[in-house]
Write a protein of this length. Sequence first.
Length: 98
Amino acid sequence: MTRKSIAERLAQLEAQKKALQARLTKQERARDTRRKVLLGALVLHRLEDRRDEVSAAQLEAWLKRELPGFLTREADVALFDDLLPSGTKNRDAAPVQV
């Protein structure tokens, strides 16, 4: 069995490092997505479950105030047509990284 040169071993280690870094990045993206989904589910649950009418009303008012500046694509605005006044479009809003 021939022994690999130092350069070959370094190249192999670099490839392993890249593969592990890619897996870590994928895990971090999945975790971030999961957090966003769960937070969104909580917000929707609070809006639908009107046991605490004051909190639900405050949350709805906050969303109506903040969403138009946050949403930049028409398709995204359409997803929240039940929370936004009709015709809400904010093309001047700076894009927000999510």
